[in-house]
Design a protein around this ligand. Structure first.
Ligand code: SF4
Length: 85
């Protein structure tokens, strides 16, 4: 949902135009991680799906921890600060 001030409730980076620097950082981080470090594609998408239905997501950022959720969810051992994943 896009608001008048252009903030986007429940949007991921992939849903938003712009933010090219952050998107580039996401891809760089992903490329530097080993397969053992990374969450599986299935686990990653499931985590992001949970974030997209969470009230704490605003402008692709988790309001609980301040992270871009697409970056936070990359590591297999990462945890949601609200214990949703
Ligand atoms: S609290 Fe958890 S589920 Fe909600 S946006 Fe943050 S990381 Fe995602």
């Amino acid at each position: 949902m896009q608001y008048m001030d252009n903030s986007c409730k429940r949007c991921l980076l992939r849903d938003m135009a712009g933010n090219e620097d952050i998107k580039s950082q996401l891809e760089k981080t992903r490329s530097l991680m080993s397969d053992e470090e990374k969450a599986s594609d299935e686990k990653y998408e499931k985590r992001l799906s949970q974030c997209k239905s969470c009230d704490n997501l605003l402008d692709a950022t988790c309001l609980k921890c301040g992270c871009y959720v697409e970056i936070r969810a990359l590591a297999d051992g990462a945890r949601c600060p609200a214990k949703k994943w």
